[in-house]
Design a protein around this ligand. Structure first.
Ligand SMILES: NC(=O)c1ccc[n+]([C@@H]2O[C@H](COP(=O)([O-])OP(=O)(O)OC[C@H]3O[C@@H](n4cnc5c(N)ncnc54)[C@H](OP(=O)(O)O)[C@@H]3O)[C@@H](O)[C@H]2O)c1
Length: 188
């Protein structure tokens, strides 16, 4: 089985994804979608990996950390202490992440790899040949943001996934839509 990076993100009209170390919006149903997509596995003996940057890790409230039912991978060059957290690993580079994902014994434990942000980690994994899909929730409203989704390659192809609703979503008067883009150069 070849490693696949599926990115999952929510961005508003200006492609903003974060503000003051937090999400700029509160959308419970979108958060539930994120949890379902990143947690679900076909093989119930396996879990998914969620790959994130250290700042995204810091943004997760302590009571939700590590993200339950998933294997948490945290990237930090400076070093981050994840000791004591079950199903949690830290890595200093994407090469180190790949070494772990391609390790024969570890391969038996996980099903999908979900890249959950932030900016740097999305950018780096989108450049990788293992970048498979981007699951992007487009929020149809402007929010003031200080963190943005990186430039998306023009060559991505819009696809559908039976697990993802295609109709317009709405919560608290905020409209959003789930879009999926596939990398035609995946694993080439
Ligand atoms: N809307 C969304 O879907 C979404 C998703 C995720 C996050 N967010 C938001 O985005 C913000 C956080 O994201 P961010 O872009 O500021 O930070 P981030 O990407 O989560 O974390 C950046 C940190 O990751 C580490 N890092 C980055 N590239 C690395 C590499 N190649 N190798 C090793 N370590 C690496 C570094 O950690 P060290 O400094 O420790 O070396 C770097 O400072 C928050 O506001 C959060 O709420 C939004």
């Amino acid at each position: 089985m070849v490693v696949k990076f599926d990115l999952i993100a929510a961005a508003c009209e200006n492609m903003g994804i974060g503000k003051n170390k937090d999400l700029p919006w509160r959308l419970k149903s979108e958060m539930a979608f994120f949890t379902r997509m990143t947690s679900e596995t076909v093989d119930k003996n396996k879990k998914n990996v969620v790959l994130m940057g250290r700042r995204t890790w810091d943004c997760i409230p302590p009571k939700f950390k590590p993200l339950t039912g998933r294997i948490n991978f945290v990237m930090s060059r400076a070093g981050v202490d994840v000791e004591g957290n079950k199903d949690c690993y830290s890595f200093g580079s994407l090469e180190e992440v790949m070494d772990k994902l391609e390790n024969g014994e570890f391969k038996e434990q996980y099903e999908n790899v979900w890249v959950i942000g932030g900016s740097n980690i999305y950018e780096e994994t989108m450049k990788s040949k293992y970048f498979h899909r981007l699951y992007l929730t487009k929020i149809m409203k402007h929010f003031d943001c200080d963190t943005f989704f990186p430039k998306i390659n023009d060559g991505l192809v819009k696809v559908s996934d039976p697990r993802v609703p295609e109709d317009l979503q709405e919560e608290n008067g905020i409209q959003f839509v789930y879009n999926i883009y596939e990398n035609p150069n995946f694993n080439k």
